[in-house]
Design a protein around this ligand. Structure first.
Ligand code: CA
Length: 239
């Protein structure tokens, strides 16, 4: 069953959407605030997102930008809902990465048709079900990591880091790139934080095999069978 995320602060409208979507056979998650909604999106990976333009705290446009900046969720179709039909808003919404745009008041059958259309696009957009590098396997559907037969428990940040590295083995990612894509643009994190999470990731992965995370001095990290320049996270003092 497809999961639809509704981000809307008008309760009456949210309930109307929820009722109609459930009637169509969808599972529905509803949030009224951006920060909470983003956390739910990352956790549940919905098939399509209905996003209101005017929201408290964070606007729909900001939320859309954040969704597009996160590798795990950036391909989820977003349909923007807005009270205004102004051309300028439409342009803003689409340039923030929205896939579709519906003006309030909308007819329910029309919105349901849009949901269906965007859902049809969704399976093509989910490009990978798993990543494999040597004996490391990431199941992106179950969100689980295995090394050989061993299940490896990773925290959400380590999971996202590993996902990024495994998407293109051999490519060296700078700390800045990792920060931007794993933590997002708007969150202030020191680049040393990357090192801390890489250390945790290494510790978990290396329980069952050799270290494939390569440290490239003054640059960043990659996943590779080639040896790194020392193996330690940069900036760490040897004990
Ligand atoms: Ca609103």
């Amino acid at each position: 069953m497809a999961l639809v995320m509704v981000i809307e602060d008008e309760e009456a409208l949210a309930l109307l959407l929820k009722y109609n979507l459930e009637k169509e056979g969808y599972e529905v998650l509803w949030e009224s605030r951006g920060s909470k909604a983003l956390a739910e999106i990352e956790k549940n990976c919905p098939s399509v997102i209905l996003l209101d333009w005017m929201l408290p705290e964070m606007s729909g446009v900001e939320i859309c930008r954040l969704i597009r900046s996160k590798p795990d969720i950036k391909n989820i179709p977003v349909i923007m809902l807005t009270a205004k039909g102004e051309e300028e808003d439409k342009v803003k919404g689409l340039s923030a990465g929205a896939d579709d745009y519906v003006t309030k008041p909308f007819s329910v059958p029309e919105l349901m048709a849009r949901v269906k259309t965007n859902l049809r696009r969704a399976p093509e957009l989910v490009q990978h079900k798993e990543f494999v590098f040597e004996d490391i396997r990431m199941d992106l559907v179950e969100k689980k990591v295995f090394r050989g037969e061993n299940y490896i428990h990773l925290g959400p940040t380590e999971f996202r880091l590993l996902r990024m590295l495994m998407e293109t083995p051999g490519r060296v990612f700078s700390r800045e790139t990792l920060l931007k894509t794993v933590w997002g643009d708007n969150i202030y994190v020191e680049s040393r934080t990357v090192d801390v999470h890489i250390r945790r990731l290494r510790k978990s992965l290396n329980q069952y095999g050799p270290d494939y995370i390569r440290t490239v001095r003054a640059t960043g990290y990659s996943i590779d069978t080639a040896p790194g320049d020392g193996g330690e996270e940069e900036g760490e003092t040897p004990e």
